[in-house]
Design a protein around this ligand. Structure first.
Ligand code: PLP
Length: 370
């Protein structure tokens, strides 16, 4: 049986008709940049994610750049970031002229190590930090991190690109953040019809600043309060995402069912593989199946799965410090946990609409490699 790593067409077909109808109206009304669909999406997301202000924007990377600016991160400031994450947070720090400092991961929950972050601050004195809620969950110690940053006056931006629907201690992961961001890249849990993103804050003043920064720093049409950026959300994407949002709970349930299947099926092989899950106190969203090979490397497992026609990915096959532009970046340790994990990681197919037969074929294929 051939299993794709991801197949977005299965969720798209559920909203296809509604999207086409909405797009027809949007074209008739020339709703290209922003507009009523984006405004209504923002309102719905404020409710769904339990945040006071949601600003839609062009993608999750611009969201971080604007978020850092809105929080007052300035050139030369030191900004801690996990060594194992997508490249975007690193890019955003550099784009605002700040200095990234790489922090290792906690090998149990795979998030930035809060102990190493606290220890690193003693020597390196961080001005700011980006905590990334990774792989469809977060740290059970999120509250402790927020309290520490507040006490130490460290500006904290939370990158929730992957964490739509994640809860920590029963609360939306975005709700207690000073500023958080999300990505609506089509393959994300809540995906758009193209690039998209958002920035969230509890603070009405920060909300105003973010809205201005995303729109050329505008005060009026041809007057400007800031040197901003253009990263507004498109109107057609707003329509598409409103329809996707209508079915998101079902989509997350399907992801979680598949994730649970893998956990049950593969938990009998602790000497060969380790299957990761959201830590206690954290409700995940089934974004990725996070598995590490113990006796075989991630590359070996990926080659084996490919030969059996099972789609797979390695998120992430290399860490930030292994990328040439970050080779000389400051760091809080030798970063060995993240480097070691990236050698071992393998992700099985996991997406909304995957069948149990496909999950079984994928898990059996992985098991057959040992
Ligand atoms: C953790 C993380 N941060 C930021 C981003 C950037 O989002 P975008 O691709 O929408 O720019 C991504 C997206 O892949 C991500 O996974």
């Amino acid at each position: 049986m051939r299993v794709p790593f991801i197949d977005l067409s299965r969720s798209i077909k559920l909203i296809r008709e509604q999207v086409l109808n909405s797009w027809e109206t949007a074209l008739d009304n020339c709703e290209f940049v922003g507009g009523p669909a984006v405004a209504s999406l923002e309102k719905k997301l404020e409710k769904r994610l339990d945040v006071s202000h949601f600003v839609g924007c062009s993608n999750g990377t611009d969201a971080i750049v604007v978020g850092l600016q809105a929080l007052g991160v300035k050139p030369g400031m030191r900004v801690a970031v996990p060594n194992m994450t997508f490249w975007a947070p690193y890019e955003a720090i550099v784009q605002v002229g700040a200095i990234p400092v790489l922090v290792d991961i906690d090998p149990d929950d795979l998030q930035m190590s809060i102990d190493e972050f606290k220890e690193g601050h003693k020597n390196l004195r961080f001005d700011a930090a980006i905590f990334v809620h990774l792989f469809g969950w977060s740290s059970a110690r999120l509250k402790e991190l927020r309290t520490f940053c507040e006490a130490e006056e460290i500006i904290l931006l939370e990158d929730g690109a992957q964490s739509f629907g994640v809860k920590v201690e029963g609360q939306s992961v975005y709700s207690g953040a000073a500023l958080s961001t999300i990505s609506f890249y089509p393959a994300k849990v809540l995906g758009g019809s193209g690039d998209g993103g958002g920035i969230m804050t509890p603070n009405p003043k920060t909300d105003e600043t973010i809205r201005a920064l995303c729109n050329h720093g505008r005060a009026g049409h041809y007057t400007y309060d800031y040197v901003g950026w253009n990263c507004r959300m498109g109107g057609l994407n707003g329509h598409y995402m409103n329809h996707m949002l209508d079915i998101i709970d079902d989509l997350i349930e399907q992801r979680l069912k598949a994730e649970q299947f893998y956990q049950d099926f593969l938990s009998d092989y602790p000497k060969d593989i380790r299957v990761y899950r959201a830590p206690q106190g954290v409700e995940g969203n089934g974004y990725l199946s996070m598995i590490a090979g113990i006796k075989k490397s991630g590359d070996e497992l990926a080659a084996g799965l490919k030969s059996l026609d099972i789609g797979c990915a390695r998120t992430y096959p290399q860490t930030l410090c292994e990328q040439p532009p970050a080779a000389k970046a400051m760091r809080t340790s030798d970063l060995r946990h993240s480097k070691e994990f990236s050698q071992r990681v393998i992700n099985l197919p996991l997406f909304a609409g995957i069948t149990m037969e496909e999950c079984k074929a994928s898990a059996e294929a992985l098991r057959s490699l040992f």
